[in-house]
Design a binder for this molecule. Sequence first.
Ligand SMILES: Cc1cc2nc3c(=O)[nH]c(=O)nc-3n(C[C@H](O)[C@H](O)[C@H](O)COP(=O)(O)OP(=O)(O)OC[C@H]3O[C@@H](n4cnc5c(N)ncnc54)[C@H](O)[C@@H]3O)c2cc1C
Length: 391
Amino acid sequence: MDLEEFRTEVRAWVAEHAPDFKTRSGVRSPEDEHELKALLRWVADLYAAGYVGGDWPVEFGGAKDHDPMHDVVVREEIARARAPMPASGSDLAAHAIIGFGTDEQRHRYLPPIREGRELWCQLFSEPDAGSDLASLRTTAVRDGDSWVVNGQKVWTTNGHWSNLGYLLARTDPDAPQHKGISAFVVDMRLVGIQVRPLRELTGTSDFNEVFFDAVRLPADAIIGAPGQGWAIANASLAEERAGVGASVVQLQLAWEDLVTLAKAVTIGGRPAAELDDVRQELARFRTEVDAVTMLTRASMERWEAKREKVTDAPMSKLMFSEVNLRLAEYALSLLGGRGVLAEGDSGAFDEGRWQDAYLYARAYTIAGGSSEIMRNIIAERGLGLPREARA
Ligand SMILES: Cc1cc2nc3c(=O)[nH]c(=O)nc-3n(C[C@H](O)[C@H](O)[C@H](O)COP(=O)(O)OP(=O)(O)OC[C@H]3O[C@@H](n4cnc5c(N)ncnc54)[C@H](O)[C@@H]3O)c2cc1C
């Protein structure tokens, strides 16, 4: 099927099946059991329709003639409908297990992801290991038939709702940093695991701190071989590329919402959209949104043709997250004093949506590699500039 026909089909399907709870800006956790159930049902429907998981082995429901551009279109259409994305923790874990797990692990863990019966979280980042993930200090020590895990993770999206975790832990403290890390499946209900939701500046709890105190994992909880964790993590993260088109759609929608806002609010008794400086800002943002769109499309074409440049993903990510943040800041400035009103406050514009988008927008400049890290990659690996001094 031609890509545009496929898009039309997916758009109609998403309109019919997307869950009806209110979604917020960004990658957010369900707010209650009702939203959790609706999210898992939605994920199951997406897999059953063949709209996600097409790249899985055919034996586990993947498509024989899978087209990676279909994954891009599906994520774009989910974003366009402002519906929630399938949980990325489950996605990452599935790709780790498909690429490196045993047959037993594939049969045990893949079907419940497809059927929306289990949810995974990603247990990578630590208080002192985020950008520099390879310095992680959580340990897993072999003791008879178990691995004993001690340490702390943080930023664990959906940790409070997940029954399984995809963990990176240090198994060989004497090996070079990247080589001493292994990947594990963690049953989040095991004795010694404590999950503490963090309340964020948005007022919601989307991620958590997770503490491990002498947690015993069975010997077969390891994914791949000891010391292979870094390679497994990188391979599974690389599979997330299809979602980049969704960011562009989000940005286009944000710009449309900004125009709606500029028409709705008044400055000095006139609709803001009639003022010259506001019109110029709207045009400037449109130009930037179009530039990100074109840059991202070009990089996706190279990705599909397996000719991607090292700067493609960092440039799209950097531009998207920075334009998105400035756009939300500008929206708040148009709201003036009302910009401080949040969801639930009387008089809040569009139920405080812009305030939430503004407070969340900072997260995009950090998650999945911060803006500074993206700039370093572009400068050092793309432009060949001298490397920064490293401690
Ligand atoms: C919304 C959201 C969801 C997330 N979900 C998860 C999840 O589910 N699971 C998970 O494991 N992690 C998750 N993360 C964590 C994410 O991967 C880290 O936040 C990210 O890697 C940055 O690490 P850090 O927060 O420790 O910041 P740090 O690495 O401590 O950085 C702090 C500051 O220093 C700057 N900096 C660091 N190193 C350099 C350098 N070499 N040069 C210049 N500047 C530098 C950074 O840009 C940043 O401004 C999530 C993060 C966010 C925001």
